[in-house]
Design a protein around this ligand. Structure first.
Ligand code: NAP
Ligand code: F7E
Length: 363
C-alpha cells in the first residue's frame, strides 16, 4: 500500500452543520472515503507511549497504516515502549510520526487533527491508575474524563469523519456483581471509574447526536511485560523474578481477595482495531470470562520461579483503596459473536509469561 497523500482538509461549514450535523458528518465521510481508495489509512493514537498504545502501534504499522502519536513533553524520555518502532522523520517512507500534545490542551488537539486528517482516532490516553485517582481526583477528571470530550469536540470542530475508539473500562461496573456485559449497570468505585463513565457517555452522545462512528471498548484488565510497574500483575511478576534472583526479600501487597479477569494486552488491541472495522458503531466488552484472585496470580508467578508465594508476600494497608472493586468477570460473548474476537491467554499463562520476561530482563 502506498503512503497516504495529504489531501485538503474537509471542513463542514457552520451553516451546513446547523442544518443537520448528522448529514454534515456523512457528507464529509463520503468524500473522504472516495478520495482514500487505494491509499494507506492514517491513525492517530493518544496514549501511544503506554502499554496498549505500543502494541496498537505495532499492529497498525504491520497493517500498512500511517500512525501518528500524541506524546507528552517531559524532562526525561517517556518513549521506552515505542523506541523499537522509531522511524527517522527525515525518511520520506516513515510511517510513524510523534507530536507533542496533551489531552488537557484542546486547541492543540484541533491543530493536530486538522493537520493529520486521521481516518481512525484511538483515545487511549488517561491517568489510568485507580489507586492514584484517589490522590489526584481532579487531574484524573481532567484527563481521563474531560480529555475525551476535548478530543471529540476537536473532531467535530474540524469536521472530520474519522472513526473514534474510546478506551472504556470494566472499572465502570465497579460494585455491580459479575458477570458484567454491555447491558450491566455502571456503579464506579473510584474517581478513575467515574471519569471513565463520563467519557463512555460522551462517546455515545457524539455517536447519537452527530452520527460520528464512535465506539466504546469496555476492556477488562489486560496485562503484559509492558504493563506499568505499579499495577499489581507487573509488581508481582517483577518481585517474583527479583526474589528468585536474590535481589529482593519480600513483596508488599494490599487486598489479596480482589477478583479480576486478566487477559493479554496484545490480543486486546486487536479487538480495538476490529471494533473500528465493523459496519456499524457499537460498544463491546473484551474479557477472558475467567476469574482470578490477586492471591492466585501471585501463586502462579512465584510457582514459575519455583518459590512458595506465602513465604514472601506481606500485607501493607497503604495499598488498600478507600473503596474497592471486589470482582470483575467479563462476558465477552457479543465481541465473539459480532467481531469474532476471543481471548486466548488466561491468567495462569499470563502470570508465567510476565514472570519469564522479568527473569530474562534481569539476566
Ligand atoms: P497506560 O500504560 O497507563 O498509558 C496511558 C497513556 O496515556 C500513556 O501514554 C500516557 O503518557 C498517556 N497520558 C496520560 N495522561 C495524558 C494526558 N493528559 N495527555 C496525553 N497523554 C496522556 O495505560 P494502558 O494500560 O495502556 O491503557 C490504555 C487506556 O485503556 C487507558 O485509557 C486506560 O485507562 C484504559 N484501560 C486500560 C485497561 C488495562 O487493563 N490496561 C483496561 C481498561 C481500560 P505518558 O507515557 O507520558 O505517561
Ligand atoms: O489492581 C489489588 C487492587 O492496580 C488490581 C487499570 O488498568 O484495570 C486496572 O485497574 C487489584 C485491585 O488494577 C495491590 O486493590 C492488591 O483490586 O493492578 P491494579 P485495577 O485497579 O484493576 C482496569 C480495568 C483499568 O481500567 C485501569 O486503568 O489488585 N491490589 N495489592 C493491588 N493493586 C496494586 N496496584 N498494588 C498493590 O500492591
Amino acid at each position: 500500500m502506498a503512503d497516504k497523500v495529504p489531501g485538503p482538509c474537509i471542513t463542514v461549514s457552520y451553516r451546513e452543520y446547523a442544518q443537520g450535523p448528522r448529514r454534515a458528518f456523512l457528507r464529509a465521510h463520503d468524500e473522504r472515503t472516495m478520495r482514500r481508495t487505494d491509499v494507506a489509512k492514517t491513525a492517530l493514537i493518544t496514549g501511544i507511549t503506554g502499554q496498549d498504545g505500543s502494541y496498537l502501534t505495532e499492529l497498525l504499522l504491520a497493517k500498512g497504516y500511517v500512525v501518528h502519536g500524541l506524546i507528552r513533553r517531559s524532562s526525561t524520555f517517556n518513549t521506552a515502549r515505542i523506541d523499537h518502532l522509531y522511524q527517522d522523520p527525515h525518511d520520506p517512507g516513515a510511517r510513524l510520526h510523534l507530536h507533542y500534545g496533551d489531552l488537557t490542551d484542546g486547541s492543540r488537539l484541533v491543530t493536530l487533527l486538522e493537520r493529520i486528517q486521521p481516518d481512525e482516532v484511538y483515545n487511549l490516553a488517561a491517568q489510568s491508575h485507580v489507586r492514584v485517582s484517589f490522590d489526584e481526583p481532579e487531574f484524573t477528571g481532567s484527563t481521563t474524563g474531560l480529555g475525551s470530550t476535548r478530543l471529540l469536540e476537536a473532531i467535530r470542530m474540524v469536521g472530520l469523519a474519522c472513526r473514534f475508539y474510546q478506551a472504556s473500562s470494566s472499572e465502570m461496573f465497579g460494585a455491580t456483581p459479575p458477570p458484567q456485559n454491555e447491558e450491566t449497570p455502571f456503579y464506579p468505585r473510584s474517581p478513575y471509574g467515574v471519569a471513565k463513565v463520563y467519557s463512555y457517555w460522551m462517546t455515545r452522545n457524539y455517536r447519537e447526536a452527530y452520527g460520528l462512528f464512535a465506539v466504546n471498548g469496555i476492556l477488562f484488565n489486560h496485562e503484559s511485560p509492558r504493563r506499568g510497574e505499579t499495577f499489581v500483575t507487573r509488581k508481582i511478576a517483577t518481585a517474583a523474578a527479583r526474589i528468585a534472583a536474590g535481589k529482593q526479600n519480600e513483596l508488599h501487597l494490599g487486598n489479596l481477595d480482589a477478583v479480576r479477569d486478566w487477559g493479554y494486552a496484545e490480543e486486546y488491541v486487536a479487538g480495538m482495531w476490529q471494533m473500528l472495522q465493523a459496519d456499524e458503531p457499537d460498544d463491546y466488552v473484551l474479557a477472558t470470562g475467567t476469574p482470578c484472585t490477586v492471591r492466585d496470580f501471585a501463586r502462579h508467578c512465584f510457582e514459575e520461579v519455583g518459590l512458595d508465594w506465602q513465604q514472601y508476600v506481606r500485607f501493607d494497608p497503604r495499598y488498600v483503596r478507600p473503596t474497592e472493586v471486589d470482582a470483575l468477570i467479563g462476558d465477552p460473548s457479543k465481541a465473539a459473536a459480532r467481531l469474532g474476537w476471543r481471548a486466548q491467554v488466561l491468567a495462569p499463562e499470563l502470570a508465567a509469561l510476565m514472570t519469564r520476561a522479568e527473569t530474562l530482563a534481569l539476566a
